[in-house]
Design a protein around this ligand. Structure first.
Ligand SMILES: Nc1ncnc2c1ncn2[C@@H]1O[C@H](COP(=O)(O)OP(=O)(O)OP(=O)(O)O)[C@@H](O)[C@H]1O
Length: 120
């Protein structure tokens, strides 16, 4: 039982790693994550601000991973052109876009005033 659990974790980590290696978007998220955490440490964010940042980062990664999974399944089921295949990919990409915009808003609300104060 425990061994199966551990194996499932292993598959999940392998999935994150494989997606990270193949998906440029995820590499961008990784870079953005490092920069965001660095800025958070630099500005000494409050506890609730870290909560918002952590949720935003996790949600974007999660959406991008699900998008990557949907892309893979669509390519498997419909390697040739099909309007529904295109629709599925567009909608999955839309899910990432919505979350990325929400994360951007979180970032602007938390870091905006601090960066502004630094520059002003
Ligand atoms: N099988 C398909 N049938 C119809 N339209 C497709 C199909 N595959 C992809 N598309 C269209 O192309 C867009 C981009 O596809 P996809 O996300 O797979 O990227 P890609 O062009 O294959 O390469 P990459 O993922 O590296 O950017 C989709 O959002 C969709 O509009």
């Amino acid at each position: 039982m425990m061994r199966r659990r551990a194996a499932s974790f292993g598959f999940a980590f392998r999935g994150v790693w494989a997606a990270l290696r193949s998906e440029v978007h995820l590499q961008f998220h990784a870079a953005a994550t490092v920069v965001t955490i660095g800025l958070g440490l630099y500005f000494g964010l409050e506890r609730w601000e870290w909560v918002a940042v952590a949720v935003a980062i996790g949600a974007v990664w999660s959406a991008e991973l699900v998008n990557t999974a949907i892309e893979a399944v669509v390519n498997l089921v419909s390697p040739e052109y099909h309007p529904l295949a295109g629709r599925a990919k567009d909608v999955a990409a839309g899910a990432v876009l919505v979350m990325a915009v929400a994360a951007l808003v979180v970032g602007l609300l938390i870091f905006g005033p601090r960066v502004w104060a630094l520059l002003a």
